[in-house]
Each structure stands twice: as structure tokens, then as C-alpha cells.
Design a protein around this ligand. Structure first.
Ligand SMILES: Nc1nc2c(ncn2[C@@H]2O[C@H](COP(=O)(O)OP(=O)(O)O)[C@@H](O)[C@H]2O)c(=O)[nH]1
Ligand SMILES: [Mg+2]
Length: 396
């Protein structure tokens, strides 16, 4: 069993083998310039809630122990307890209930935020994984949060997956509950999810068809290889999404072609020796196909780092620096360091007293002149009116 979760958000303790706190880790050898290491191989365990990820992780640890001495990571901040001894447990770094309280979040927001907080320590996490590799851990197994989207559709999930894949050989195991997939439409949505993760992560991918102690998985493998068999199953189901599912199954054909599947029971351990063989195939696939791609990405990042100019050196080109910590209640001034909240031409100009007096005088004179000419014009108009009246009276 793992250690009890920490109590404060800032607390960070890593358990097992007398490891130091994650905050105390000094980044020694981790750098982009070093290249992808041989070990440990990172195995990220993904799958829908309740598909059996945690139980699968436990079984995988047991089966891989003697050969691969796995280093174990739990990234689910909301689980009560895990059935294995974790070397790194997110619950020791972040207390998700405390996060919910402090940031007034619901359970989902709390879990996502907890994972985000953990991800801020990604370099230290990666350093621990690197050190584990040096100590002889050939595999690093990573159990992810119960709700799959917390990991697959969050920035932190991306950062963790990509971060690991650019430093270590990394593969994804998608755990699928065969009992829940007997309905063709549910099977299809599960497969679409798997497909989207495959294209998103761009990593070797293995589908573990779990819970075969309850239901044989040959029907899933048949649906994947035989289009007609899937259509027959679909015919028997009265569902308004049948047409969509039919079209989707055609689309997924290419996805199925290269997909490795393996039936297992995480509970009883059946199928795990075959699974280990498939995992080794995935590692070879990473070395052969994926490593060159990640190597290229790493080189690009190095090149970017070398060409990105130091912003401080180009401050004049970038514009006037905005002082940090500016109190927005401060009156707007026109000193060189200030932020212009109005276009400079619209900021009222301060005039000195004499100038102000002169300006009011000038204005007053103009107004006086205008008034006098108005009166003059008015009097002239009145006079000409009276003259006209007199002329008319004389004519009559
Ligand atoms: N019968 C059977 N039950 C399983 C198997 N794997 C997991 N379970 C059960 O499925 C439930 C969810 O498993 P869990 O590992 O917590 O799923 P997670 O949310 O994906 O981590 C638990 O009740 C497990 O005991 C299996 O291979 N066979
Ligand atoms: Mg779990």
C-alpha cells in the first residue's frame, strides 16, 4: 500500500527507497541536449473510468517485477488507496480536497488542478525517473486518473506524455473493459476514443482487453478484423446511431490494421505473459519508428532555444517596459515608465497658471466679440425693419 496522502498543497514527499522530497530534487543530468535514454521504458496506462487501470497496474508490476524491476507512479489524485506500492504518488505532492476547498472547485476541477500543480514539477519528476533508470529500474509504470479525459484532454496530460516521450522510450497501454463493450455502439465509441489518443500521443499503442475472466474477448478481435461480423452484430441492435456506427467502422479499418490487442484479466493475471511479449514489441517499435521522430523534435527545440533572442537584450525594439506591480489605482502620469491607458494625444495636458489665464482671456475676448457682433447685427436688422414699415406708411 502507498503512503497516506500529504495534507498541504505545498507538501511534497516521495515514498519508497528513502527517496528525497520532490522539491529537494536537484536537476543534475536532465537536459535536452542529452538525447533519449535507454531506460526506463515509460508505460502510460490509460482507459475509461472503471476499465481496470489500477488493477491492471498492480498485475503488471507483479508480472514484470523479476525481469524489469518497475518504478511505479500513481497520478490519480482522487483515489482512496492503490493496491500497489508507488514510488511516486501524486497524493503526496498535492492534496486534491484541499485544492477544491482553497480554489472553490468541484471534484473534476479539483482533480484537473491537482494534476496541473503536479505538472509544474515535471522537470523534477523526470529527474526522479532518470535516476530510477540509473538504479536499475528498466520500466516505469504510470497509472493515470480514473476519468480518462483528465489526462488525455488536459494540458498537463500532454506535458507529461510529451515530456517523458522526448526523454525516455514511452508507450501507451489502453485498458478496455470487454464486459462494457459487448454492445457494438459502446465498443465503437471506446475504439474512437482509443483512436483519438493514438493520433494525439503519436506513441506505440497497445490495447489491453481487460476482464476476460468475466467475458471472452474473441468477439472484439473478430469485430476488428471482420467487417461483416461487426455489421451483423450491429443489425441485431436497434439504435438510432447505427448508420453512424457503420460508417465509423469503415473509417476505423486502417486504425485496426496496425493495432496490437491482448486479452487479459487484471484481477486473475491471465494473459499477462503474452502482454509482456507485446510490450517488448512496442518498445522495439518506439526505437525503430518513433525515436527518430522524437529525436527530430528534440533537435528542433534545441535549434529554437539557440535562436530565440534574449528579450532583455532587445527591450528597445520590443517597446517600453511595463513596470511590474503597477498599482492600477495610481493616477495616470506621463512619465517615461508609465503605461498609457489613453492614447498620448488624448491625455489632458497640464498648463501653467499664466498660460491658463491667457487662454481664458483669449477665449473671453472671442466670446465678447461674438456677442457684440450679434447685438450689432440684431440692431441693424431691427432698424431696417422699422425703415421698411415707415416707407410703407408714407406710401399709404
Ligand atoms: N472481474 C474483474 N474485475 C476487474 C478486473 N480489473 C478490474 N476489475 C474491477 O473493476 C473495478 C474498477 O477497477 P479499477 O482498477 O479501480 O479501475 P480504474 O478506474 O480504471 O483504475 C474494480 O472493482 C476492479 O476490481 C478484471 O480483470 N476482472
Ligand atoms: Mg484507478
Amino acid at each position: 500500500m502507498s503512503a497516506k496522502p500529504g495534507t498541504s498543497v505545498a507538501a511534497a514527499t516521495v515514498v519508497g527507497n528513502g527517496n528525497p522530497s520532490i522539491n529537494d530534487i536537484n536537476l543534475e543530468a536532465l537536459s535536452l541536449s542529452e538525447g533519449i535514454r535507454e531506460s526506463p521504458v515509460c508505460i502510460i496506462v490509460l482507459g475509461m473510468a472503471g476499465s481496470g487501470k489500477t488493477t491492471f497496474t498492480r498485475s503488471l508490476i507483479q508480472h514484470a517485477q523479476s525481469q524489469f524491476n518497475p518504478y511505479v507512479v500513481n497520478l490519480d489524485p482522487a483515489c482512496r488507496e492503490v493496491p500497489y506500492a508507488a514510488h511516486i504518488d501524486i497524493r503526496d505532492t498535492v492534496n486534491y480536497k484541499e485544492v477544491m476547498k482553497q480554489y472553490q472547485l468541484g471534484p473534476n476541477g479539483g482533480i484537473v488542478t491537482a494534476l496541473n500543480m503536479f505538472t509544474t514539477k515535471m522537470p523534477k519528476f523526470a529527474e526522479l525517473v532518470r535516476r530510477a533508470g540509473e538504479r536499475g529500474h528498466k520500466w516505469c509504470i504510470i497509472d493515470t486518473p480514473g476519468q480518462i479525459e483528465v489526462f488525455t484532454w488536459s494540458a498537463s496530460g500532454n506535458i507529461i506524455t510529451e515530456g517523458l516521450a522526448t526523454m525516455f522510450p514511452t508507450i501507451v497501454v489502453y485498458v478496455m473493459d470487454v464486459v462494457r463493450s459487448t454492445c457494438p455502439t459502446t465498443f465503437m465509441s471506446n475504439m474512437l476514443y482509443a483512436c483519438s489518443i493514438l493520433y494525439k500521443t503519436r506513441l506505440p499503442f497497445l490495447v489491453a482487453l481487460n476482464k476476460i475472466d468475466l467475458k471472452e474477448c474473441s468477439f472484439v478481435q473478430e469485430w476488428m478484423t471482420d467487417f461483416e461480423a461487426f455489421q451483423d452484430a450491429l443489425e441485431k441492435e436497434q439504435s438510432y446511431v447505427n448508420n453512424l456506427t457503420r460508417t465509423m467502422s469503415l473509417t476505423l479499418d486502417t486504425f485496426y490494421e496496425n493495432l496490437i490487442t491482448c486479452g487479459v484479466s487484471a484481477k486473475s493475471g491471465v494473459g499477462f505473459s503474452t502482454l509482456l511479449t507485446h510490450l517488448l514489441e512496442c518498445v522495439a517499435e518506439y526505437e525503430r519508428d518513433y525515436k527518430p521522430v522524437y529525436e527530430k523534435m528534440r533537435q528542433q527545440r534545441l535549434a529554437e532555444q539557440a535562436t530565440v533572442p534574449d528579450p532583455a537584450a532587445h527591450i528597445e525594439e520590443a517597446g517600453v517596459a511595463v513596470p511590474l506591480g503597477l498599482d492600477l489605482r495610481d493616477p495616470v502620469s506621463n512619465t517615461d515608465n508609465s503605461v498609457f491607458l489613453m492614447a498620448p494625444s488624448l491625455v489632458p495636458q497640464q498648463l501653467d497658471a499664466a498660460e491658463q489665464e491667457m487662454e481664458t482671456d483669449a477665449k473671453g475676448d472671442l466670446e465678447d466679440q461674438n456677442f457684440q457682433s450679434f447685438v450689432q447685427n440684431h440692431m441693424t436688422a431691427q432698424q431696417s425693419k422699422r425703415d421698411k414699415q415707415q416707407q410703407q406708411e408714407q406710401q399709404n
